[in-house]
Design a protein around this ligand. Structure first.
Ligand code: NAD
Ligand code: UD1
Length: 340
């Protein structure tokens, strides 16, 4: 019998790619998602790509009755926990929504797991927990006391809650996966990132400019102390990230306690480098305008991914051109995302 994994937030951007990778690796998958920021169409596409379907449960991780029913109906080996809200600006305007969804939601999930005696969990954390780092690259032991916004603080609170949980009971084994900047799409072009409204993040913005939906890209700040004055980030292909989750699943089976792994490439690219790489991959111009810095942004940020390489045998394999080509394949084949 295959192992069954519960994927919360599995209809979303990273969750759908990871669901696909799990199905391809012969896991059975149950997706729990309230579709607040996604469409069930992503899971239909996953099934088309791999010929296997996850079970889909539409519901909320804060719904204790639903969780109890689900855990008593199915036997899970582990939980991959992607569900949550992720828009930084919105988190400043609606902090309680973020603490409720991200912190309370994670707490409800862990309580239901404990009742069902499921103790293996991987949590989607973020490089945002490092706040404003002053030295690069960033290792996992870099201090995490100063995220700059409620979204980041909600992620850090969950990290701390999960660490306390592991310290209280040795049956738990939990991976805190700190993603750097996930971009790209599955190589089929059938699943990808489908943001609501005007995108917040760089790559979805660039691709909507390239497709003609938005006139030009605002480049936030040309006066950072970086290679060309624009912000530098560690962009990682979403399929590499999905593979990282499979490795982390193996990793937590053989360890107890809490384990932190950075999931990044170790390479930083500037905004201007990203624009040029995208223009090359798409053959489309990306008009842009330098504008003042965005509040809360940092100059640069890239990972030391060595710990995940040593302990999990994982490293990102896909380069910048592949990330751009795959983003463009998804965007040009699905100009309206999943809504058509
Ligand atoms: P996403 O919004 O595409 O996916 C999150 C999914 O969770 C969505 O399908 C949404 O409908 C669902 N969801 C939200 N609240 C829920 C709830 N209370 N109950 C059930 N389902 C709920 O986002 P993503 O980019 O795939 O991110 C996945 C996770 O990774 C998030 O926790 C995010 O904070 C984290 N993360 C993302 C990035 C990034 O750049 N995309 C970077 C670092 C960390
Ligand atoms: C943002 C979030 C961070 C989150 C991460 C991944 C903020 C302040 N931080 O980080 O918490 O973990 O996304 O989801 O929002 N840029 C432009 N023009 C744009 C958009 C972005 O120039 O229209 C620049 C930014 O200034 C930055 C780079 O592109 O230098 C990447 O931006 P973005 O994709 O938003 O990611 P982060 O800022 O790293």
């Amino acid at each position: 019998m295959n192992d069954t994994v519960l994927v919360t937030g599995g209809a979303g951007y990273i969750g759908s790619h990871t669901t696909l990778a799990l199905l391809e690796a012969n896991y059975d998958v149950v997706v729990l998602d309230n579709l607040s920021n996604s469409s069930a169409e992503s899971l239909r596409r996953v099934a088309q790509i791999c010929g296997r379907k996850p079970e889909f449960v539409q519901g909320d991780i804060r719904d204790t009755t639903l969780l109890n029913d689900l855990f008593s109906r199915r036997t899970f080996t582990a939980v991959l926990h992607f569900a949550g809200l992720k828009a930084v600006g919105e988190s400043v305007r609606k902090p309680m929504d973020y603490y409720d969804n991200n912190v309370v939601g994670s707490m409800c999930l862990c309580q239901a797991m404990a009742r069902a005696e499921v103790f293996w969990l991987a949590f989607s954390s973020s490089a945002t927990v490092y706040g404003e780092p002053t030295r690069m690259p960033i290792c996992e032991d870099y201090p995490t006391n100063m995220p700059t916004n409620p979204y980041g603080r909600s992620k850090l609170m969950v990290e701390r809650m999960l660490s306390d949980l592991c310290a209280s009971d040795a049956r738990w084994s939990i991976a805190l996966l700190r993603y750097f900047n996930p971009i790209g799409a599955h190589s089929s072009g059938m699943i990808g990132e489908d943001p609501n409204g005007i995108p917040n993040n760089l790559l979805p913005y660039i691709s909507q400019v390239a497709i003609g939906k938005i006139e030009q890209l605002p480049v936030y700040g040309g006066d950072y102390p970086t290679i060309d004055g624009t912000g530098v980030r560690d962009y990682i292909h979403v399929q590499d990230l999905a593979d990282g989750h499979l490795k982390a699943l193996h990793g937590i089976r053989s360890r107890s306690g809490v384990h932190i792994w950075n999931l990044g490439t170790g390479i930083g690219y500037s905004v201007l480098q990203m624009i040029h790489a995208f223009e090359q991959a798409s053959g489309r111009p990306v008009p842009y305008q330098l504008v003042p810095r965005r509040a809360g942004d940092i100059a640069e940020c890239w990972a030391d991914p060595g710990k995940a390489a040593r302990e999990l045998g994982w490293q990102a394999r896909r380069g910048l051109q592949e990330m751009m080509q795959d983003t463009w394949r998804w965007q040009s084949a699905n100009p309206q995302g999943y809504a058509h």
